[in-house]
Design a protein around this ligand. Structure first.
Ligand SMILES: [Zn+2]
Length: 140
């Protein structure tokens, strides 16, 4: 075999190997397709039941497209979820600035209890929300 042929064979083997590695390591999304999930929220702020913060004037929703609310006390998870952490309870609280909102309602106590479908969840704030869940957040 000519040297040139050998070099070409090596190049082809290398390229095939790299493409294989790229396919194997390609990030897989948490949901295989876009989703539209809802989780109901119940917030207790120092013993008082409060709504989630309202959508501002002229805004279509509060939060981010993937994680938002519509004046209905629900978390809307809408779109393709790449990292499951993006739809954790913590991600939702941050997206709608809930801690600050609770404080502005006169409750200075931190989040002390999280219930998912009436059970306390070991993952706490890191619980990954799913369609149809009811999540209770108790401050104070
Ligand atoms: Zn929705």
């Amino acid at each position: 075999m000519k040297l040139k042929t050998i070099v070409w064979i090596l190049i082809v083997i290398f390229v095939v190997f790299m493409v294989y590695k790229w396919i194997v390591n390609f990030p897989k999304p948490y949901t295989s397709a876009p989703v539209h999930w809802h989780a109901q929220f119940e917030v207790s702020a120092c013993g008082e039941s409060i709504n989630l913060p309202r959508v501002g004037e002229r805004a279509a929703f509060l939060g981010e497209h993937l994680l938002h609310t519509h004046d209905d006390n629900k978390a809307h998870i809408e779109g393709q979820v790449w990292e499951k952490e993006d739809v954790s309870i913590k991600a939702f609280i941050d997206a709608i600035n809930l801690d600050k909102y609770v404080k502005s309602n006169g409750c200075d106590s931190p989040l002390s209890k999280i219930l998912v479908d009436n059970f306390s969840d070991a993952d706490g704030l890191n619980h990954i929300m799913a369609d149809g869940e009811t999540i209770k957040l108790i401050y104070g």
